[in-house]
Design a protein around this ligand. Structure first.
Ligand code: ZN
Ligand code: ZN
Length: 366
């Protein structure tokens, strides 16, 4: 392998996968998740199959719609146009090599497809290796971090751009549409997920969709947005109040902000995912609000908006430098609304780097 090949992130991901296959004593892995195929090969089509051998063989099967795209995008794999079914062709390839065992992704293959494969290769024992690539994806390389950084920047800028619309009379759905348009104008491919704008009592539902409701004075508004760029997502939530907030709302906002700061203060290489959750939950508990915090503190972000690790109660997975996670405590009070503050952060050896830099102090819109 030449010096230049070594520096290609796709080839180093494939090398990391081969090392894992050796450790797991799996001579081959059949990959059917499009996201995992993109991660390993660079091919971004919506359908494909790939196989990686611990000894270095690598093939990508695509249907004729995707042949040209695969030739353009994929690296480190032999591209094969499969005219008679992707998995059938992949199965024939495996049957010829006849490994004793082959890993496959149980959660990314239908029961029928798995059955067909077993019938086609009766001498191969198929073993679920689901999660193996997801584990590799936990730690981002330089290129991935750069894309997430840019996605986070576009996200924060888009919120800044729509500030003039944060006023009574704006329709939630119009605000969501404007946010998504502004993310594109700021360089994103689009929204990584449907933008949430939830005002007033609707904010008590943590994943409310933007509706035809108009924003009103003296209401909280939750805005949860994230851009996607080169396949990589960012995720950010800000809560604002239209007009001068009552003392109780100020206390609630200060409590959520405190919980988020305390959780961020814990984030660093080596801590358990559950420790970050405990810091947020503990802070809200001291403010008497633990029962209003109804979800986990965060999740990994990357090629998918929710990926490993999960920052929930008691999670023992340790954070590593290069993990990208969200920290997003919130409180939800029926009839009153919700407050959530969320950032996408990069885990480092001495602490987190917050990538979504929109202001959290500027929450009162007068
Ligand atoms: Zn979010
Ligand atoms: Zn999130």
């Amino acid at each position: 392998m030449s010096q230049r090949d070594d520096s290609n992130p796709l080839l180093s991901r494939q090398a990391r996968l081969r090392a894992r296959l050796e450790e797991k004593k799996l001579p081959f892995l059949l990959v059917s998740s499009p996201v995992n195929i993109f991660y390993l090969t660079g091919f971004r089509g919506s359908a494909g199959a790939a196989a990686f051998g611990a000894a270095g063989e690598a093939s990508l099967w695509v249907d004729p719609r995707y042949t040209l795209q695969a030739r353009e995008e994929a690296r480190g794999v032999t591209i094969v146009e499969a005219k008679r079914g992707l998995l059938k062709t992949a199965g024939e390839w495996l049957a010829k090599r006849l490994p004793r065992v082959t890993g496959f992704e149980e959660t990314h293959l239908t029961c029928a497809a798995a059955q067909d494969l077993k019938t086609q290769c009766p001498k191969i024992s198929f073993k679920n290796a689901g999660g193996l690539i997801e584990e590799l994806r936990c730690i981002k390389d330089e290129e991935e971090i750069e894309y997430i950084r840019q996605a986070a920047r576009a996200t924060a800028q888009a919120l800044e751009d729509v500030r003039p619309l944060l006023r009574p009379g704006t329709r939630e759905r119009d605000l969501a549409a404007e946010i998504e348009y502004r993310m594109r104008r700021r360089g994103a491919e689009g929204a990584a997920f449907e933008t949430i704008v939830a005002s007033g009592a609707r904010g008590a539902w943590p994943h409310a969709r933007a509706s035809s409701k108009l924003l009103k004075k003296s209401e909280l508004v939750i805005l949860d947005l994230g851009a996607i760029l080169c396949g990589y997502a960012a995720d950010m939530t800000r809560t604002v109040h239209l007009g001068k907030p009552r003392a109780r709302l100020r206390r609630l906002y200060a409590a959520v902000q405190d919980a988020q700061e305390r959780a961020l203060a814990v984030v660093r290489e080596g801590v358990r995912a559950g420790d970050v959750d405990r810091a947020a939950r503990g802070a809200l508990g001291r403010h008497g609000l633990a029962r209003y915090f109804t979800h986990s503190t965060g999740h990994g972000v990357g090629l998918e908006i929710h990926e490993r690790p999960r920052l929930g109660r008691g999670e023992t997975q340790r954070l590593e430098a290069g993990c990208v996670i969200t920290v997003e405590p919130g409180v939800y009070l029926e009839g009153l609304g919700g407050i959530r503050i969320e950032d996408t952060v990069l885990v480092g050896s001495d602490g987190p780097e917050v990538l979504t830099t929109a202001s959290k102090d500027d929450w009162i819109i007068l």
